[in-house]
Ligand binder design. Structure first.
Ligand SMILES: Cc1cc2nc3c(=O)[nH]c(=O)nc-3n(C[C@H](O)[C@H](O)[C@H](O)COP(=O)(O)OP(=O)(O)OC[C@H]3O[C@@H](n4cnc5c(N)ncnc54)[C@H](O)[C@@H]3O)c2cc1C
Length: 464
Protein backbone atom coordinates (compact mmCIF):
# COMPACT_ATOMS: atom_id res chain seq x y z
CA UNK A 1 0.00 0.00 0.00
CA UNK A 2 1.30 3.49 -0.76
CA UNK A 3 1.81 6.27 1.75
CA UNK A 4 -1.62 7.71 2.64
CA UNK A 5 -0.10 11.16 3.19
CA UNK A 6 0.12 11.22 -0.59
CA UNK A 7 -3.65 11.92 -0.62
CA UNK A 8 -4.35 9.93 -3.78
CA UNK A 9 -7.67 10.71 -5.52
CA UNK A 10 -9.42 8.13 -7.68
CA UNK A 11 -11.41 9.35 -10.69
CA UNK A 12 -13.99 6.83 -11.79
CA UNK A 13 -14.69 7.28 -15.52
CA UNK A 14 -17.85 5.91 -17.12
CA UNK A 15 -19.65 7.73 -19.96
CA UNK A 16 -17.53 10.85 -19.44
CA UNK A 17 -14.35 9.92 -21.28
CA UNK A 18 -12.76 13.34 -21.58
CA UNK A 19 -10.20 15.50 -19.79
CA UNK A 20 -11.67 18.96 -20.38
CA UNK A 21 -14.93 20.05 -18.74
CA UNK A 22 -14.82 16.92 -16.59
CA UNK A 23 -15.83 18.22 -13.13
CA UNK A 24 -14.84 14.99 -11.32
CA UNK A 25 -11.33 15.06 -12.79
CA UNK A 26 -11.08 18.77 -12.15
CA UNK A 27 -11.94 18.44 -8.46
CA UNK A 28 -9.70 15.40 -7.99
CA UNK A 29 -6.75 17.15 -9.64
CA UNK A 30 -7.13 20.07 -7.24
CA UNK A 31 -7.07 17.70 -4.25
CA UNK A 32 -4.06 15.47 -4.91
CA UNK A 33 -2.38 12.95 -7.21
CA UNK A 34 -4.93 11.36 -9.55
CA UNK A 35 -5.51 7.70 -10.41
CA UNK A 36 -7.92 7.55 -13.39
CA UNK A 37 -9.91 4.29 -13.57
CA UNK A 38 -12.38 2.67 -15.96
CA UNK A 39 -14.08 -0.58 -14.94
CA UNK A 40 -15.83 -2.85 -17.44
CA UNK A 41 -18.63 -4.39 -15.39
CA UNK A 42 -20.65 -6.67 -17.64
CA UNK A 43 -22.86 -8.02 -14.86
CA UNK A 44 -24.00 -4.85 -13.19
CA UNK A 45 -26.36 -3.77 -15.99
CA UNK A 46 -28.02 -7.20 -16.21
CA UNK A 47 -29.40 -7.67 -19.70
CA UNK A 48 -28.43 -4.08 -20.50
CA UNK A 49 -24.85 -5.18 -21.08
CA UNK A 50 -23.20 -3.02 -23.75
CA UNK A 51 -24.16 -3.99 -27.29
CA UNK A 52 -21.69 -5.04 -29.97
CA UNK A 53 -21.41 -1.65 -31.72
CA UNK A 54 -21.07 0.18 -28.40
CA UNK A 55 -18.25 -2.15 -27.38
CA UNK A 56 -16.45 -1.48 -30.62
CA UNK A 57 -16.74 2.29 -30.13
CA UNK A 58 -15.78 2.08 -26.44
CA UNK A 59 -12.48 0.40 -27.35
CA UNK A 60 -11.47 3.40 -29.48
CA UNK A 61 -12.66 5.87 -26.89
CA UNK A 62 -10.67 4.24 -24.07
CA UNK A 63 -7.61 4.00 -26.27
CA UNK A 64 -7.90 7.70 -26.98
CA UNK A 65 -8.43 8.63 -23.31
CA UNK A 66 -5.38 6.52 -22.38
CA UNK A 67 -3.27 8.44 -24.94
CA UNK A 68 -4.54 11.80 -23.69
CA UNK A 69 -3.64 10.84 -20.12
CA UNK A 70 -0.21 9.70 -21.29
CA UNK A 71 0.41 13.30 -22.47
CA UNK A 72 0.24 14.16 -18.77
CA UNK A 73 2.49 11.17 -17.98
CA UNK A 74 -0.63 9.72 -16.34
CA UNK A 75 -2.36 6.38 -17.06
CA UNK A 76 -5.83 4.97 -17.44
CA UNK A 77 -6.18 2.00 -15.08
CA UNK A 78 -8.46 -0.63 -16.63
CA UNK A 79 -10.21 -3.30 -14.58
CA UNK A 80 -12.88 -5.82 -15.46
CA UNK A 81 -15.34 -7.16 -12.87
CA UNK A 82 -17.72 -5.89 -10.22
CA UNK A 83 -17.26 -2.14 -10.26
CA UNK A 84 -17.60 -1.61 -6.51
CA UNK A 85 -15.15 -4.40 -5.65
CA UNK A 86 -12.63 -3.26 -8.25
CA UNK A 87 -12.74 0.38 -7.16
CA UNK A 88 -12.39 -0.61 -3.51
CA UNK A 89 -9.43 -2.83 -4.37
CA UNK A 90 -7.77 0.09 -6.15
CA UNK A 91 -8.52 2.36 -3.19
CA UNK A 92 -6.83 -0.13 -0.85
CA UNK A 93 -3.84 -0.54 -3.16
CA UNK A 94 -3.29 3.21 -3.54
CA UNK A 95 -4.36 4.35 -0.07
CA UNK A 96 -7.02 6.58 -1.64
CA UNK A 97 -9.88 7.52 0.68
CA UNK A 98 -11.97 9.35 -1.89
CA UNK A 99 -13.43 8.57 -5.29
CA UNK A 100 -14.64 11.28 -7.68
CA UNK A 101 -17.16 10.60 -10.44
CA UNK A 102 -19.68 12.30 -12.66
CA UNK A 103 -23.20 11.25 -11.71
CA UNK A 104 -25.00 8.82 -14.04
CA UNK A 105 -28.70 8.07 -14.06
CA UNK A 106 -29.08 4.59 -15.55
CA UNK A 107 -30.61 2.51 -12.72
CA UNK A 108 -27.60 0.17 -12.49
CA UNK A 109 -25.24 3.12 -12.10
CA UNK A 110 -27.39 4.72 -9.42
CA UNK A 111 -27.32 1.43 -7.56
CA UNK A 112 -23.53 1.16 -7.88
CA UNK A 113 -23.11 4.75 -6.67
CA UNK A 114 -25.18 4.03 -3.61
CA UNK A 115 -23.24 0.82 -2.82
CA UNK A 116 -19.90 2.50 -3.30
CA UNK A 117 -20.97 5.51 -1.22
CA UNK A 118 -21.50 3.22 1.75
CA UNK A 119 -17.90 1.94 1.49
CA UNK A 120 -15.86 5.07 0.81
CA UNK A 121 -16.22 8.82 0.39
CA UNK A 122 -17.78 9.18 -3.07
CA UNK A 123 -17.83 12.71 -4.48
CA UNK A 124 -20.41 12.98 -7.27
CA UNK A 125 -20.60 15.84 -9.76
CA UNK A 126 -22.97 16.81 -12.53
CA UNK A 127 -21.51 17.45 -15.92
CA UNK A 128 -22.96 15.22 -18.62
CA UNK A 129 -26.14 17.25 -19.11
CA UNK A 130 -26.87 20.92 -19.62
CA UNK A 131 -28.57 20.91 -16.22
CA UNK A 132 -28.73 18.10 -13.65
CA UNK A 133 -31.67 15.80 -14.51
CA UNK A 134 -34.63 16.54 -12.25
CA UNK A 135 -33.41 20.06 -11.44
CA UNK A 136 -35.58 21.93 -13.93
CA UNK A 137 -38.99 22.00 -12.32
CA UNK A 138 -42.51 23.30 -12.83
CA UNK A 139 -44.03 26.07 -10.70
CA UNK A 140 -45.12 23.40 -8.22
CA UNK A 141 -41.59 22.03 -7.94
CA UNK A 142 -42.06 18.79 -9.93
CA UNK A 143 -39.83 17.71 -12.82
CA UNK A 144 -41.39 18.18 -16.25
CA UNK A 145 -42.94 15.28 -18.11
CA UNK A 146 -43.47 17.00 -21.48
CA UNK A 147 -40.63 18.21 -23.72
CA UNK A 148 -41.88 21.64 -24.86
CA UNK A 149 -42.38 23.27 -21.43
CA UNK A 150 -39.25 21.47 -20.19
CA UNK A 151 -37.13 22.94 -22.99
CA UNK A 152 -38.59 26.41 -22.44
CA UNK A 153 -37.72 26.29 -18.75
CA UNK A 154 -34.29 24.75 -19.38
CA UNK A 155 -33.36 27.42 -21.93
CA UNK A 156 -33.95 30.08 -19.24
CA UNK A 157 -31.21 28.51 -17.13
CA UNK A 158 -28.52 28.32 -19.81
CA UNK A 159 -25.62 28.51 -19.86
CA UNK A 160 -25.68 27.04 -16.36
CA UNK A 161 -21.92 27.27 -15.75
CA UNK A 162 -18.60 28.06 -17.41
CA UNK A 163 -16.86 25.17 -19.14
CA UNK A 164 -13.74 23.85 -17.40
CA UNK A 165 -10.29 23.63 -18.96
CA UNK A 166 -8.28 20.42 -18.94
CA UNK A 167 -6.57 20.36 -15.52
CA UNK A 168 -2.89 19.65 -14.95
CA UNK A 169 -2.45 16.35 -13.14
CA UNK A 170 -0.06 15.32 -10.43
CA UNK A 171 0.95 11.69 -10.38
CA UNK A 172 0.85 9.06 -7.63
CA UNK A 173 4.14 7.53 -6.46
CA UNK A 174 3.08 4.13 -7.77
CA UNK A 175 0.38 2.77 -10.03
CA UNK A 176 -2.11 -0.03 -9.35
CA UNK A 177 -2.27 -2.96 -11.79
CA UNK A 178 -4.18 -2.48 -15.00
CA UNK A 179 -5.62 -4.85 -17.61
CA UNK A 180 -4.53 -4.46 -21.21
CA UNK A 181 -7.35 -3.00 -23.32
CA UNK A 182 -6.81 -5.54 -26.10
CA UNK A 183 -7.45 -8.38 -23.65
CA UNK A 184 -11.03 -7.19 -23.19
CA UNK A 185 -11.95 -8.33 -26.71
CA UNK A 186 -14.21 -5.37 -27.33
CA UNK A 187 -13.45 -5.51 -31.05
CA UNK A 188 -15.17 -8.16 -33.17
CA UNK A 189 -12.90 -10.70 -34.81
CA UNK A 190 -14.74 -13.69 -36.21
CA UNK A 191 -16.47 -12.29 -38.14
CA UNK A 192 -15.07 -8.77 -38.14
CA UNK A 193 -18.23 -6.82 -38.93
CA UNK A 194 -16.76 -3.42 -38.00
CA UNK A 195 -15.15 -2.52 -41.34
CA UNK A 196 -17.76 0.15 -42.19
CA UNK A 197 -17.54 1.68 -38.73
CA UNK A 198 -13.74 1.91 -38.77
CA UNK A 199 -13.79 4.14 -41.83
CA UNK A 200 -16.63 6.29 -40.53
CA UNK A 201 -15.97 7.01 -36.85
CA UNK A 202 -13.00 8.45 -35.03
CA UNK A 203 -13.68 7.91 -31.32
CA UNK A 204 -12.11 10.19 -28.72
CA UNK A 205 -12.13 13.68 -27.27
CA UNK A 206 -10.00 15.33 -29.99
CA UNK A 207 -12.14 13.85 -32.76
CA UNK A 208 -15.30 14.99 -30.96
CA UNK A 209 -14.04 18.58 -31.00
CA UNK A 210 -13.05 18.30 -34.66
CA UNK A 211 -16.54 17.02 -35.47
CA UNK A 212 -18.08 19.95 -33.62
CA UNK A 213 -15.77 22.44 -35.36
CA UNK A 214 -16.74 21.02 -38.77
CA UNK A 215 -20.42 21.17 -37.90
CA UNK A 216 -20.25 24.81 -36.75
CA UNK A 217 -19.69 25.81 -40.39
CA UNK A 218 -22.87 23.99 -41.38
CA UNK A 219 -25.14 24.82 -38.47
CA UNK A 220 -26.92 27.63 -40.33
CA UNK A 221 -28.20 25.02 -42.82
CA UNK A 222 -29.24 22.55 -40.10
CA UNK A 223 -32.90 23.55 -40.11
CA UNK A 224 -33.35 22.47 -43.75
CA UNK A 225 -30.65 19.83 -44.09
CA UNK A 226 -31.12 17.75 -40.96
CA UNK A 227 -34.17 15.98 -42.40
CA UNK A 228 -32.50 14.96 -45.66
CA UNK A 229 -30.83 11.57 -45.32
CA UNK A 230 -28.95 11.94 -48.61
CA UNK A 231 -26.79 14.75 -47.27
CA UNK A 232 -24.52 15.21 -44.32
CA UNK A 233 -26.78 17.71 -42.55
CA UNK A 234 -26.61 16.79 -38.88
CA UNK A 235 -23.66 16.96 -36.50
CA UNK A 236 -22.94 13.23 -35.98
CA UNK A 237 -21.95 14.11 -32.45
CA UNK A 238 -24.19 11.42 -30.92
CA UNK A 239 -21.60 8.76 -29.98
CA UNK A 240 -19.22 11.49 -28.79
CA UNK A 241 -21.94 12.94 -26.56
CA UNK A 242 -23.14 9.53 -25.45
CA UNK A 243 -19.71 8.50 -24.16
CA UNK A 244 -19.01 11.97 -22.86
CA UNK A 245 -16.01 12.59 -25.11
CA UNK A 246 -17.44 16.09 -25.32
CA UNK A 247 -19.87 17.68 -22.86
CA UNK A 248 -23.14 19.33 -23.85
CA UNK A 249 -21.91 22.46 -22.05
CA UNK A 250 -18.95 22.57 -24.46
CA UNK A 251 -21.30 22.15 -27.42
CA UNK A 252 -23.57 24.90 -26.10
CA UNK A 253 -20.62 27.19 -25.48
CA UNK A 254 -19.14 26.63 -28.95
CA UNK A 255 -22.42 27.71 -30.54
CA UNK A 256 -23.11 30.62 -28.21
CA UNK A 257 -22.43 33.21 -30.90
CA UNK A 258 -24.51 31.41 -33.52
CA UNK A 259 -28.00 32.77 -33.96
CA UNK A 260 -30.71 31.90 -36.49
CA UNK A 261 -33.13 29.06 -37.05
CA UNK A 262 -30.45 26.41 -37.70
CA UNK A 263 -28.59 27.03 -34.44
CA UNK A 264 -31.83 27.31 -32.47
CA UNK A 265 -33.20 24.04 -33.82
CA UNK A 266 -29.89 22.32 -33.10
CA UNK A 267 -29.91 23.63 -29.52
CA UNK A 268 -33.44 22.20 -29.27
CA UNK A 269 -32.11 18.74 -30.20
CA UNK A 270 -29.36 18.95 -27.60
CA UNK A 271 -32.10 19.84 -25.10
CA UNK A 272 -33.98 16.68 -26.17
CA UNK A 273 -31.00 14.79 -24.81
CA UNK A 274 -31.46 16.50 -21.44
CA UNK A 275 -35.19 15.81 -21.66
CA UNK A 276 -34.80 12.05 -22.17
CA UNK A 277 -32.51 11.86 -19.15
CA UNK A 278 -35.06 13.86 -17.20
CA UNK A 279 -37.60 11.12 -18.05
CA UNK A 280 -35.21 8.39 -16.86
CA UNK A 281 -34.59 10.35 -13.69
CA UNK A 282 -38.34 10.14 -12.97
CA UNK A 283 -39.00 6.67 -14.40
CA UNK A 284 -35.78 4.64 -14.21
CA UNK A 285 -37.29 1.57 -15.93
CA UNK A 286 -38.92 3.59 -18.71
CA UNK A 287 -37.11 1.79 -21.61
CA UNK A 288 -38.32 -1.60 -20.37
CA UNK A 289 -42.09 -1.31 -20.80
CA UNK A 290 -44.81 0.92 -22.25
CA UNK A 291 -45.62 3.92 -20.10
CA UNK A 292 -49.26 3.92 -21.27
CA UNK A 293 -51.41 0.95 -20.29
CA UNK A 294 -53.00 0.70 -23.76
CA UNK A 295 -49.72 -0.69 -25.09
CA UNK A 296 -49.11 -3.26 -22.38
CA UNK A 297 -49.76 -7.01 -22.50
CA UNK A 298 -53.34 -6.42 -23.69
CA UNK A 299 -52.26 -4.80 -26.94
CA UNK A 300 -52.60 -6.99 -30.03
CA UNK A 301 -48.91 -6.96 -30.92
CA UNK A 302 -47.78 -9.62 -33.37
CA UNK A 303 -45.41 -11.52 -31.10
CA UNK A 304 -42.30 -12.85 -32.91
CA UNK A 305 -42.28 -15.79 -30.47
CA UNK A 306 -45.90 -16.77 -31.16
CA UNK A 307 -47.60 -15.07 -34.10
CA UNK A 308 -47.21 -16.73 -37.46
CA UNK A 309 -44.94 -14.72 -39.76
CA UNK A 310 -43.91 -12.17 -37.10
CA UNK A 311 -40.43 -13.66 -36.52
CA UNK A 312 -39.76 -13.55 -40.27
CA UNK A 313 -41.00 -9.95 -40.41
CA UNK A 314 -38.71 -8.95 -37.55
CA UNK A 315 -35.75 -10.58 -39.24
CA UNK A 316 -36.53 -8.89 -42.57
CA UNK A 317 -36.63 -5.54 -40.77
CA UNK A 318 -33.33 -6.20 -38.98
CA UNK A 319 -31.62 -7.20 -42.21
CA UNK A 320 -33.05 -4.39 -44.35
CA UNK A 321 -35.20 -6.69 -46.51
CA UNK A 322 -38.74 -5.38 -45.93
CA UNK A 323 -39.29 -4.27 -49.53
CA UNK A 324 -39.64 -0.61 -48.45
CA UNK A 325 -36.46 1.05 -49.78
CA UNK A 326 -36.23 3.88 -47.25
CA UNK A 327 -36.67 1.48 -44.32
CA UNK A 328 -34.15 -1.00 -45.73
CA UNK A 329 -31.61 1.72 -46.53
CA UNK A 330 -31.80 2.86 -42.91
CA UNK A 331 -31.50 -0.62 -41.45
CA UNK A 332 -28.51 -1.41 -43.65
CA UNK A 333 -26.87 1.92 -42.79
CA UNK A 334 -27.36 1.01 -39.13
CA UNK A 335 -25.71 -2.38 -39.58
CA UNK A 336 -22.78 -0.98 -41.55
CA UNK A 337 -22.05 2.23 -39.61
CA UNK A 338 -23.65 1.69 -36.21
CA UNK A 339 -25.64 4.87 -36.87
CA UNK A 340 -28.79 5.86 -38.70
CA UNK A 341 -30.07 9.23 -39.82
CA UNK A 342 -32.66 10.61 -37.37
CA UNK A 343 -35.51 11.00 -39.88
CA UNK A 344 -34.92 7.41 -41.03
CA UNK A 345 -34.76 6.17 -37.42
CA UNK A 346 -38.29 7.53 -37.03
CA UNK A 347 -39.48 5.94 -40.28
CA UNK A 348 -37.87 2.57 -39.58
CA UNK A 349 -39.12 2.51 -35.98
CA UNK A 350 -42.63 3.44 -37.03
CA UNK A 351 -42.55 0.73 -39.71
CA UNK A 352 -41.67 -1.98 -37.19
CA UNK A 353 -44.27 -0.85 -34.68
CA UNK A 354 -47.17 0.06 -36.94
CA UNK A 355 -46.68 -1.67 -40.30
CA UNK A 356 -45.38 -4.91 -38.83
CA UNK A 357 -47.26 -4.44 -35.54
CA UNK A 358 -44.33 -5.65 -33.48
CA UNK A 359 -43.82 -4.38 -29.92
CA UNK A 360 -41.43 -1.38 -29.92
CA UNK A 361 -39.24 -3.18 -27.37
CA UNK A 362 -37.94 -5.56 -30.04
CA UNK A 363 -36.76 -2.57 -32.03
CA UNK A 364 -35.32 -0.83 -29.01
CA UNK A 365 -33.22 -3.92 -28.25
CA UNK A 366 -31.99 -4.19 -31.83
CA UNK A 367 -30.92 -0.56 -31.78
CA UNK A 368 -29.31 -1.12 -28.38
CA UNK A 369 -27.08 -3.80 -29.91
CA UNK A 370 -26.31 -2.12 -33.21
CA UNK A 371 -25.98 1.64 -32.53
CA UNK A 372 -22.64 3.16 -31.58
CA UNK A 373 -24.67 5.87 -29.82
CA UNK A 374 -26.99 3.37 -28.07
CA UNK A 375 -28.19 5.28 -25.06
CA UNK A 376 -30.56 3.97 -22.40
CA UNK A 377 -32.48 7.25 -22.21
CA UNK A 378 -32.34 8.51 -25.80
CA UNK A 379 -33.18 5.14 -27.27
CA UNK A 380 -35.99 4.19 -24.89
CA UNK A 381 -37.64 7.60 -24.89
CA UNK A 382 -37.50 7.93 -28.68
CA UNK A 383 -38.92 4.44 -29.25
CA UNK A 384 -41.81 5.20 -26.95
CA UNK A 385 -42.26 8.57 -28.63
CA UNK A 386 -42.66 6.91 -32.04
CA UNK A 387 -44.92 4.15 -30.75
CA UNK A 388 -47.27 6.50 -28.95
CA UNK A 389 -46.83 4.61 -25.71
CA UNK A 390 -44.71 7.21 -23.94
CA UNK A 391 -45.19 10.00 -21.43
CA UNK A 392 -44.77 12.52 -24.27
CA UNK A 393 -45.34 10.94 -27.65
CA UNK A 394 -46.67 10.96 -31.12
CA UNK A 395 -50.23 9.59 -31.29
CA UNK A 396 -50.31 5.94 -32.37
CA UNK A 397 -52.93 6.57 -35.10
CA UNK A 398 -50.54 9.03 -36.79
CA UNK A 399 -48.99 6.38 -38.98
CA UNK A 400 -45.98 7.49 -41.01
CA UNK A 401 -46.23 6.65 -44.72
CA UNK A 402 -42.69 5.47 -45.53
CA UNK A 403 -43.00 5.85 -49.30
CA UNK A 404 -44.30 9.41 -49.05
CA UNK A 405 -41.65 10.30 -46.47
CA UNK A 406 -38.94 8.93 -48.74
CA UNK A 407 -40.06 11.15 -51.61
CA UNK A 408 -40.72 14.20 -49.43
CA UNK A 409 -37.26 14.08 -47.85
CA UNK A 410 -35.52 13.37 -51.13
CA UNK A 411 -34.00 10.04 -50.10
CA UNK A 412 -33.16 8.80 -53.63
CA UNK A 413 -29.36 9.06 -53.30
CA UNK A 414 -29.50 7.63 -49.80
CA UNK A 415 -31.36 4.59 -51.14
CA UNK A 416 -28.86 4.23 -53.99
CA UNK A 417 -26.03 4.17 -51.46
CA UNK A 418 -27.54 1.57 -49.14
CA UNK A 419 -29.77 -0.50 -51.43
CA UNK A 420 -27.54 -1.05 -54.46
CA UNK A 421 -30.09 -3.45 -56.01
CA UNK A 422 -32.11 -0.32 -56.89
CA UNK A 423 -29.19 1.87 -57.98
CA UNK A 424 -30.31 2.05 -61.62
CA UNK A 425 -33.79 3.39 -60.90
CA UNK A 426 -34.57 7.07 -61.52
CA UNK A 427 -35.60 9.35 -58.65
CA UNK A 428 -39.31 9.08 -59.37
CA UNK A 429 -39.28 5.26 -59.24
CA UNK A 430 -36.78 4.45 -56.52
CA UNK A 431 -38.99 5.24 -53.53
CA UNK A 432 -41.65 2.69 -54.50
CA UNK A 433 -40.39 0.53 -57.36
CA UNK A 434 -42.78 -1.47 -59.55
CA UNK A 435 -42.60 -5.20 -58.92
CA UNK A 436 -41.16 -5.74 -62.39
CA UNK A 437 -38.23 -3.40 -61.65
CA UNK A 438 -37.18 -4.79 -58.28
CA UNK A 439 -34.78 -7.42 -59.60
CA UNK A 440 -33.21 -9.15 -56.56
CA UNK A 441 -34.79 -6.66 -54.19
CA UNK A 442 -37.67 -8.23 -52.19
CA UNK A 443 -41.39 -7.48 -52.58
CA UNK A 444 -43.10 -5.48 -49.82
CA UNK A 445 -43.82 -7.66 -46.81
CA UNK A 446 -47.18 -5.92 -46.47
CA UNK A 447 -48.93 -3.14 -48.42
CA UNK A 448 -49.15 0.28 -46.78
CA UNK A 449 -52.96 0.47 -46.81
CA UNK A 450 -53.41 -3.01 -45.40
CA UNK A 451 -50.78 -2.40 -42.70
CA UNK A 452 -52.37 0.87 -41.73
CA UNK A 453 -55.80 -0.69 -41.35
CA UNK A 454 -54.41 -3.59 -39.31
CA UNK A 455 -52.56 -1.22 -36.97
CA UNK A 456 -55.57 1.02 -36.42
CA UNK A 457 -57.79 -1.96 -35.78
CA UNK A 458 -55.38 -3.31 -33.15
CA UNK A 459 -55.17 0.12 -31.55
CA UNK A 460 -58.92 0.62 -31.37
CA UNK A 461 -59.44 -2.92 -30.07
CA UNK A 462 -57.05 -2.18 -27.20
CA UNK A 463 -58.63 1.18 -26.44
CA UNK A 464 -62.17 -0.29 -26.25
C1 LIG B 1 -36.22 5.25 -32.60
C2 LIG B 1 -35.10 6.19 -32.24
C3 LIG B 1 -34.04 5.75 -31.45
C4 LIG B 1 -33.00 6.62 -31.11
N1 LIG B 1 -31.97 6.15 -30.33
C5 LIG B 1 -30.97 6.99 -29.96
C6 LIG B 1 -29.89 6.53 -29.15
O1 LIG B 1 -29.83 5.37 -28.72
N2 LIG B 1 -28.89 7.42 -28.87
C7 LIG B 1 -28.92 8.72 -29.30
O2 LIG B 1 -27.99 9.48 -29.00
N3 LIG B 1 -29.96 9.18 -30.02
C8 LIG B 1 -30.97 8.36 -30.39
N4 LIG B 1 -32.00 8.84 -31.16
C9 LIG B 1 -32.09 10.29 -31.43
C10 LIG B 1 -31.44 10.77 -32.74
O3 LIG B 1 -31.87 9.99 -33.82
C11 LIG B 1 -29.92 10.77 -32.70
O4 LIG B 1 -29.46 11.43 -31.53
C12 LIG B 1 -29.34 11.51 -33.90
O5 LIG B 1 -29.79 10.93 -35.10
C13 LIG B 1 -27.82 11.45 -33.84
O6 LIG B 1 -27.26 12.07 -34.94
P1 LIG B 1 -26.54 13.49 -34.81
O7 LIG B 1 -25.55 13.46 -33.71
O8 LIG B 1 -26.05 13.84 -36.17
O9 LIG B 1 -27.76 14.40 -34.39
P2 LIG B 1 -27.97 15.99 -34.45
O10 LIG B 1 -29.21 16.22 -35.23
O11 LIG B 1 -26.76 16.68 -34.90
O12 LIG B 1 -28.32 16.34 -32.95
C14 LIG B 1 -27.31 16.74 -32.00
C15 LIG B 1 -27.40 15.93 -30.75
O13 LIG B 1 -28.65 16.14 -30.10
C16 LIG B 1 -29.08 14.93 -29.48
N5 LIG B 1 -30.35 14.51 -30.09
C17 LIG B 1 -30.75 14.73 -31.37
N6 LIG B 1 -32.00 14.23 -31.55
C18 LIG B 1 -32.38 13.69 -30.38
C19 LIG B 1 -33.54 13.02 -29.93
N7 LIG B 1 -34.60 12.83 -30.73
N8 LIG B 1 -33.56 12.58 -28.66
C20 LIG B 1 -32.53 12.77 -27.82
N9 LIG B 1 -31.40 13.40 -28.18
C21 LIG B 1 -31.32 13.86 -29.45
C22 LIG B 1 -28.01 13.87 -29.75
O14 LIG B 1 -27.13 13.83 -28.65
C23 LIG B 1 -27.32 14.43 -30.99
O15 LIG B 1 -25.99 14.00 -31.13
C24 LIG B 1 -33.04 7.97 -31.54
C25 LIG B 1 -34.11 8.40 -32.34
C26 LIG B 1 -35.12 7.52 -32.69
C27 LIG B 1 -36.26 8.03 -33.54
Amino acid sequence: MSDTSENVQIVWFRRDLRLADQPALHAAAAAGPVVPVFVLDDERAGDRKLGGASRWYLHGSLESLGSSLARHRSRLILRKGDVVQELMAIARATGATRIHAIRHYEPWWREAESELGSEIELCLYDGNYLMPPGSVTTGSGDPYKIYTPFAKALAQELPARDVLEEPSLSLPDSWPDSDALDDWDLLPTKPDWAGGMRGFWAPGEAAAHETLAGFKDRVSDYEDDRNLPSIDGSSRLSPHLHLGEISPAQVWDALSRHSGKGADTFRGEVMWRDYTQNVIYQFPKYPESSYRDTFGSGFRWRDPKQTKGAAEDLEAWQKGMTGYPIVDAGMRQLWALGWMHNRVRMIAASFLIKHLLIDWRYGERWFWDTLVDADYANNGVNWQWVSGSGVDSNMFPRIMAPLTQSDKFDAADYIREWVPELKQLPDDEIHDPDDAKRGDYPAKRIGHKEARERALEAYHASKD
